[in-house]
Design a protein around this ligand. Sequence first.
Ligand code: PLP
Length: 235
Amino acid sequence: MNQQTIRNNLLEIMERITRAAEKSGRKSSEIEIIAVTKNVPESVIRQAYQVGLRIFGENRIQEAIPKIAALKDCEEITWHMIGHLQSNKARKAAENFAMIQSVDSLELACKLARIGYETDKHIEILLEVNVSSEATKSGVQPINLVSIAEKIAALPEITLRGLMTIGPLTTDKKLIRKAFITLRQYFEKISLSGMFQRNFNIISMGMTDDYDIAVEEGSNMVRIGRGIFAERTAQ
Ligand SMILES: *Cc1c(COP(=O)(O)O)cnc(C)c1O
C-alpha cells in the first residue's frame, strides 16, 4: 500500500461524494470522511494522514490503543470508536477517542456519563440505531430511540451529537436507501424536538459499498475502510 494508491482512492471517493451531495442539494465540504482503519497497520495510517485524512475510525479497543499511542505525533489526528463497545472497556474508550459513534444502550451512555464526571472529561457520542431491527446487529431499537435520547439529554457530561447506522447487509439498493431515509427521519424528529440544540448535527451512515446512497439521503459523515485502503477500489 503506497501513498499514491490512497490518494487516488480518496480522489475517486471525493468525486463520488461531490456528485451524491449535489443530488441532495449540498456541497461535498459538508460531508466528513472517516477513514476506517481496522486491520490497517500504523505505517499505512500515517500515509493516509499525510494524504490529508484527519479522522480515523476503529472497531476494537485492543487493536486501537497501540495505534493511537504510536500516532500521537500526528497532531491533528482524531479518533472515533465505531465498533460495539463493551461496558468494561468504556473507560479506555473515553480516554482514547474523541467520539464514540457506537453507543447502543442507555446503560452504556450512563456509564460514559459517569466516567466523564469522574475524569472531568466531556464525551461526545452518537447513538447507533438498528434501523431494520436485524437480530445480528447492535444498535438501539427505533422504538426506544426517542426515549433514550431524552434521557441522554439530561446527562451533562455527554453530548449526543447525532445518529449512526450500518446499512442492511444486502445488495438490494432500494432496501439500503430505505434504511438511510429512515435514519434521517429519526434524526429530523429528534432535531425538531428541540431536545438538543445546534450541536445535534451528525448523521453517520455510508460505508464503501453504499456511501453514495447514504450521502444522497442526507448523510454528513461516511465511514470508509476498503474504499480507501484496498489496492483497487470496488467497481
Ligand atoms: C468496517 C466498518 C466500516 C467500514 O467498512 P468498509 O466496507 O470497509 O468501508 C464502517 N463502519 C463500521 C461500523 C465498520 O465496522
